[in-house]
Structures are given as structure tokens and as C-alpha cells.
Design a protein around this ligand. Structure first.
Ligand SMILES: [Ca+2]
Ligand SMILES: [Ca+2]
Ligand SMILES: [Ca+2]
Ligand SMILES: [Ca+2]
Length: 217
């Protein structure tokens, strides 16, 4: 039997609970309708979502589909116009998580279906939103790929890697060149700290930090 959203579900608090692996049917009744869904994870793992769209548009966005944590922090988001399987990335801990479906650039009043899948297991080498500030940077292992996504044009992802010990970090004097690309900064060994803006509060006692900031220019 098909399962349908329960309006009003326009907030986290009124989200319709979904069963993992089962399709949930919904519809955006107007272009401002927002549909929230919730699910419970028993531990860390990877989330994916099969979105069955009523539209079939490869180039335009009819829906924005996002994964949020219990605090309403956006973890990942995609704009879709046709049937899609979305990699919504990792969640690090047990708890309640949320899916939001809203209208994209174009509006469709058709019925969609969303199936949330969860594969339990340890996750590493993924960003852990919300990592939008230097203080919340995700630690990376040098030489290992880190997986991240810019969920919106205003998302910023910070990464860091300590390079301890034994030297007092230096203040650096300029922003990275070429914003919008991975800006790896600094080996700021003596006399060479020239890539990171001095306003970034990166002075951590006893450690050098290698930092990367990813954003859309
Ligand atoms: Ca709805
Ligand atoms: Ca709604
Ligand atoms: Ca991100
Ligand atoms: Ca981010």
C-alpha cells in the first residue's frame, strides 16, 4: 500500500516519518509548499535517496532535496528534475535526521516519491557538516582523499590537518589566490607564510595547521 506524506509537514517538528527502504509519496501543493520527512539512524553510515520525479528534465531543477541533522543543519542538497539516486553522504552518529523536499527553479504539482536508504557502517574521509567555519573544520589525513559537496552556493567547507609539534604558528598575510578552487594553504614555515589571510584565527599553540577552504567563487 502506498504511503503518503502527512500535511502540514512544513517544519522539522511536523516532519512525516518515513520507513527506511520504503517509498514515501508526496506532492508540492504550491510552489511554496515544503515537505519535511524524518528517519532514525541507529549509528553511523551512508544515506542515499531514490527520488522518483514526475518531471523528466535533465537540465532544470524542479526539486531541491536535502539531508539535515537534528539541529536543522544542512548536510547535503541536490537539485533534481528527473528520476535520480542521490548520494546524501555520511551521518556520523545515531539519531533523527531529516529530508526536505521543496520546489527548485521550476515548480511541478506532480506526485513524487522518495525512498531513503541507509547503509550502516563506519564512515571516514567525508566532510561532516556543518563545517562552515574554521573552528568547525574537518580533520583530514594527509595523502587521503576527502569527500565533500557544496550543498548550496553559500556552503563553505573547511578542512584542516595538524602538523605537530613544536613550532609556534605564524600569522599569514594574504588570502589564497584563485578563490573557488581548492585553496591549500600554507606551510607556514619560517619566512614563507604567504597564502592565508591574517584575519583567520588559526593560531593554535604548538601546531602548524594545513588548511583548505572550498567554496564557489
Ligand atoms: Ca506536500
Ligand atoms: Ca508540506
Ligand atoms: Ca559541504
Ligand atoms: Ca560546509
Amino acid at each position: 500500500m502506498a504511503t503518503f506524506e502527512l500535511e502540514s509537514n512544513g517544519t522539522l517538528a511536523t516532519a512525516t516519518a518515513v520507513t527506511l527502504g520504503s517509498a514515501m509519496n508526496g506532492q508540492l501543493s504550491t510552489s511554496s509548499d515544503v515537505d519535511w520527512y524524518s528517519f532514525t539512524a541507529t549509528g553511523s553510515g551512508l544515506v542515499s535517496l531514490v527520488f522518483d520525479a514526475p518531471t523528466n528534465d535533465s537540465y532544470s531543477t524542479n526539486y531541491n532535496v536535502g539531508l539535515y541533522n537534528a539541529s536543522g543543519g544542512l548536510l547535503r542538497e541536490y537539485g533534481v528534475g528527473r528520476d535520480s539516486t542521490l548520494n546524501l553522504g555520511p551521518i556520523a552518529a545515531a539519531g533523527t535526521y531529516y529530508i526536505e523536499v521543496e520546489s527548485g527553479y521550476y515548480y511541478s504539482n506532480g506526485q513524487y516519491a522518495a525512498t531513503v536508504n541507509f547503509t550502516a557502517g563506519s564512515v571516514s574521509n567525508y566532510e561532516s557538516e556543518v563545517n562552515n567555519t574554521l573552528a568547525a573544520a574537518d580533520a583530514v589525513t594527509l595523502g587521503s582523499a576527502m569527500n565533500g559537496q557544496l550543498s548550496t552556493s553559500s556552503d563553505v567547507d573547511w578542512y584542516s590537518s595538524p602538523r605537530c609539534p613544536a613550532r609556534t604558528p605564524r600569522r599569514l598575510t594574504r588570502r589564497p589566490k584563485r578563490p573557488g578552487r581548492l585553496a591549500t594553504a600554507p606551510v607556514w614555515s619560517a619566512g614563507r607564510g604567504k597564502f592565508v589571510c591574517s584575519t583567520w584565527p588559526i593560531l593554535l599553540a604548538g601546531c602548524e595547521w594545513l588548511q583548505a577552504r572550498v567554496s564557489i567563487a
